[in-house]
Every structure is written in structure tokens, then in C-alpha cells.
Design a protein around this ligand. Structure first.
Ligand SMILES: [Zn+2]
Length: 65
């Protein structure tokens, strides 16, 4: 798998939407490619923030303030 493909699939990988065989290919690549690991790390952080925001919004709707 090329770096380009790995980066392209990173979001889906983090959300667990890929088939196990594709996940394997991504992990194989990540084990060997520092650049893509860094990108995955950054994506993980931004996803955390995004999920945190969504959770906070839901919390406000349900419980007020
Ligand atoms: Zn790569």
C-alpha cells in the first residue's frame, strides 16, 4: 500500500470502518513508515477533539448547559 492510500484511509481506519484485510495492510505500512505514523497520530488527536465536541454538544442538548 502506498503512503497516499494509507493517508486516504486513515479516517476510516480510526473509525473502524475498514475490512480486516485492509486494516492489516494499513498496520503493515504503519509499522514501516514513520511519516504515515505521524499523520495517523495527528489524525487521532483531531478525531479525539471532534468526538469530544460532538459529545459535549449531545450532553448540552440532553442535560442543558
Ligand atoms: Zn507511508
Amino acid at each position: 500500500m502506498a503512503c497516499r492510500d494509507t493517508v486516504h484511509l486513515t479516517c476510516w481506519y480510526l473509525e473502524g470502518k475498514l475490512s480486516p484485510s485492509v486494516e492489516c495492510e494499513i498496520e503493515w505500512h504503519l509499522n514501516r513508515c514513520r511519516d504515515c505514523r505521524l499523520i495517523l497520530e495527528a489524525a487521532t488527536k483531531s478525531l479525539d477533539q471532534h468526538v469530544g465536541t460532538v459529545r459535549a454538544a449531545r450532553y448540552r442538548v440532553r442535560y442543558g448547559n
